[in-house]
Design a protein around this ligand. Sequence first.
Ligand SMILES: Cc1cc2nc3c(=O)[nH]c(=O)nc-3n(C[C@H](O)[C@H](O)[C@H](O)COP(=O)(O)OP(=O)(O)OC[C@H]3O[C@@H](n4cnc5c(N)ncnc54)[C@H](O)[C@@H]3O)c2cc1C
Length: 546
Amino acid sequence: MLKKEADFIIVGAGSAGCVLADKLSADGKRQVILLEAGPSDNRFWIRTPIGYGITYTDPKVNWCYSTEPDPAIANRQLFWPRGKVLGGSSSINAMVYHRGQAADYDDWRRAGNPGWGYSDVAQVYESFEEFSTTSGARRPASSHPQSGNRLTIHDASADYHSLKHEFVEAFLQASLNCPENLCLEGEGVGPYLITTRAGKRCSSATAFLHPASDRRNLEILTNTTATRLNIEGGAAIGVRCLSGNQFIEIKARKEVLLCAGAVNSPQLLQLSGIGPGELLQTHGVQSVLEHPHVGRHLQDHLGINYFYRANRPTLNRTLRSWPGRIGAGIQYLLRRSGPLSLGVNQIGGLARSRTSLETSDTQLYCNPVSYQPAEGETRKLTLPDPYPGFIMGFNPCRPTSEGSIEIGSSDPHAPPRITTDYLTTQKDLDGVVSMARLVGRIQDTRAIQDILAEPPDLDLTSMPEDDILKDFRQRSTTVYHPCGTCRMGADIQSAVVNADLQVFGIQSLRVVDASIFPNITSANTNAPTIMVAHEAARRILKHLDS
Ligand SMILES: Cc1cc2nc3c(=O)[nH]c(=O)nc-3n(C[C@H](O)[C@H](O)[C@H](O)COP(=O)(O)OP(=O)(O)OC[C@H]3O[C@@H](n4cnc5c(N)ncnc54)[C@H](O)[C@@H]3O)c2cc1C
């Protein structure tokens, strides 16, 4: 057994873990060890933005989870990709960058978490965001005094497929809010911002970890899986892990920081005896502390795509045909531009499905490409339909249904049980109907009618509510945003961590990743996770100084 020691042990080099590794090692005063179950991210299909169509199902860099059958979605089991590589899910995600809405964070604060309202976290965002345009210019989001590594958020609107004009015109004709500024926060539809830099993916590893990786006080252990947290006398004192056949015991002089993501952080707590008592007992795990909410309150965005045949070329032609692919490949290699430098979620944002609502309830996606989902949801983004097509789809922003993550055995290598329990509230069911009607309004606009080669498959304006729901139950799928399974809150009776992200009842242990969200944010979850890690680092460093 190999033994090591550090001030901080960070478990998981994902969106959050890479930020902590950077921030906690920055002044050179503390020894930091970062553990990552997956390999290095030095791979062509990770660096190349369109490559997420390939890493989507690649078990070398992806946990490739499968959920339990869910009766609300026709007993289907969904494929749940999660990053298993430096950068975590930010290395395999679709790169859309959106902070969500102010109300999301105001609800975090209201749930007993001082310092997490939007007026607080907006400054945290500004401390790490920098914007770039197609000309290559990069500028910080603000004159925020904090220096340090920044995440590049790219305005790719000039490069998006020409269908963007019809999509935006359709939004205007459907009376949606199309602000002049790009969709960074709050209500508004238009071109999406993406996390790329000079035509390559800008993951959390690119932005924060790689610039820090030469520091002598930061050790990065890839292909190393934490199998158990060592807890003694009510405090986390280290981590046991496995690298190949080699067991490693790492002692933490200060803290253990769990950043394994919304699926694996609760799993590791439960494996270490911190979780619901009955669950631990069922699997023969010795209880360290009964923690009823570990693994509960799983939230996710569940969305649906509607498919359309177009009367003009879409990205299908470029991405499917060999001449199209070769042309796009040459453009990418020579200039780092074109379809390979982008995602396929190009146009969309947050909207209200009914004008009577105070905040947006719907996230929209309009993609200039179409691909029929394959059996088991493991669709290939790289193989679009053989005819011109496009997609419009939606997901509810703030679903209220909650599922859970539970160990299925005491074996750390066995995947946890992911019970999604989607659509278990009336609010979520009602939302689906009104949001489908909103897509119906958009598909009925002159702008969309003019680009259709044939009438839409579904008449979403007049379709009976039951049929809309039936279709949603049969075809909806995850938008890959699990969170909330170690939620932050007021006490152990309602949450897992406090506002400083410390685990209730256990000293020297924090959880810092998407699992701490008290409620899901309205849009994509990479931005909020990176924000959470910055705020966590600030609080950890302040705690050290006090
Ligand atoms: C296919 C896909 C598309 C997405 N698209 C978008 C998008 O367009 N925009 C957006 O904002 N969000 C998107 N997301 C979601 C977003 O990427 C995640 O919410 C975010 O990355 C979560 O960050 P995290 O730090 O909580 O977890 P992760 O980034 O998943 O990091 C967890 C890390 O911990 C490691 N780990 C787990 N267990 C262990 C262990 N026992 N020992 C050692 N290491 C361990 C994992 O391998 C992983 O690297 C997408 C996600 C996926 C999967």
